[in-house]
Design a protein around this ligand. Structure first.
Ligand code: USQ
Length: 381
């Protein structure tokens, strides 16, 4: 199958590209290095220095014998994206090409405008390129569990049936996000649902929770194939940040009371989920929504787990409740459904102590790269 990966240089994009190429898919990746640019501008560079996309593809080919095609360009430029679709004629598109940081989207007007324009224009362009060049192509779009927020009712998998004054209909589950970045994902969903209804596109929206991990079978072939692993307050997700903090001897930064619950998953499971979605395309005119996480924890629970795993390696890990830089519920109900991917065949890798300890050991190899100044929250809501 020809699979086009937009945002192929990212934390998820690059491991996905290698994973699919290793399984003999014909893979092309596209990226404009937006995340790398923002990381330099905000002093948020990743823990491990990554070669550029073309070099990564060469290293991967030497290590695995599998080729990944690369195109460097901006998906907000429709002429460029249209030419990529015309040339490659994808059968599936994995769309990761968005500004993914909630704190960055809140930082100031320039960052808000960039996030809104980049994310929405890219999604519009992808939908148009599919309509024009590959109308039968299956779009696998990375959404986020953050679209739903933390409502005081059970979260369904994308859709909800509502009975009102004796009549029933099915609607997208209500969405109410906690950052502008997460709000752009809601707007993406509305845009996608419009084009699915109008043009009978095939789409899967993967509502993903925070991901952790830095090891995959392909990334482990060569150190230079590692994902771009962030621990800064801009791009770092909470588990990866806590693990680096533990190695650095810095207290774990629990925001506020720490009762915030989210649905987490291992990077290995992101790869499985995307593969499962690609392997089972939806019907024309179908928007399938899958909640993509394997287990729910509070931030306090995560901090305890990291502390325990650190102790097993002789690290002294302290936990600190810092003033919450975000406006979010710190104690709330949270019960999201997540059976769709399990039904498709997902075999979860759960977060046990050995998984965290293995990550800590790997991070220790890069201890000298840790810049303490990147750890504390620098953006407030
Ligand atoms: N948190 C802390 N301490 C930290 C960092 C985060 O307590 O040092 C808390 C946050 O306040 C939040 C939770 O941990 O309650 C998760 O934060 P996060 O930074 O790991 O995740 P978030 O900003 O929501 O965004 C990340 C990805 C985003 C993805 C999202 C999935 O950056 O691209 O969409 O996870 S979700 O959280 O389900 O919306």
């Amino acid at each position: 199958m020809r699979v086009l990966i937009l945002g192929g240089d990212g934390y998820l994009g690059w491991p996905t590209a290698m994973h699919l190429a290793a399984r003999s898919q014909d893979v092309m990746v596209v990226d404009n290095y937006l995340r790398r640019t923002i990381a330099i501008q905000t002093r948020s560079e990743a823990l491990i220095t990554n070669p550029d996309l073309e070099q990564r593809a060469e290293i991967f080919q030497a290590a695995s014998g599998k080729r990944i095609k690369t195109r460097i360009g901006d998906c907000t430029d429709f002429a460029f994206l249209d030419s990529v679709f015309r040339e490659f004629k994808p059968e599936a598109v994995v769309h990761y090409a968005e500004q993914p940081s909630a704190p960055y989207s809140i930082r100031g007007y320039t960052e808000a405008e960039l996030t809104l324009r980049n994310n929405l224009t890219t999604t519009l362009n992808v939908l148009w390129a599919i309509q024009k060049q590959a109308p039968d192509c299956h779009l696998v779009k990375l959404g986020t569990m953050g679209e739903y927020g933390t409502p005081n009712i059970d979260i369904e998998e994308g859709w909800i049936e509502i009975e009102h004054k004796g009549r029933k209909d099915r609607f997208l589950f209500p969405r109410q996000a906690g950052s502008l970045y997460h709000t752009t994902k809601i707007l993406d969903t509305d845009l996608i649902w419009f084009y699915v209804r109008m043009s009978k596109l095939r789409v899967t929206d993967l509502m993903q929770g925070p991901v952790y991990g830095l090891s995959t079978p392909e990334a482990d072939l060569d150190e230079r194939l590692a994902p771009n692993f962030h621990y800064d307050d801009i791009f770092g997700t909470v588990v990866n940040r806590f693990l680096v903090q533990a190695v650095a001897g810095e207290p774990l930064t629990v925001y506020g009371k720490g009762g915030q619950i989210r649905g987490y998953l291992n990077l290995l499971d992101t790869l499985q989920c995307v593969q499962l979605a690609v392997d089972s395309p939806t019907k024309p005119g179908e928007l399938r929504v899958l909640n993509q996480f394997t287990e729910c924890f509070s931030v306090n629970n995560l901090a305890d787990r990291v502390q325990k795993a650190g102790k097993s390696l002789g690290l002294r890990v302290e936990i600190e409740h810092v003033a919450n830089p975000r406006k979010e519920a710190e104690e709330h109900y949270y019960n999201p459904a997540h059976s769709g991917l399990l039904d498709l065949g997902l075999k979860p890798h759960y977060m046990d102590e050995s998984v965290l300890a293995a990550m800590l050991e790997r991070i220790m190899l890069y201890r000298k790269n840790i810049d303490i100044a990147k750890i504390r929250p620098r953006v407030r809501w």
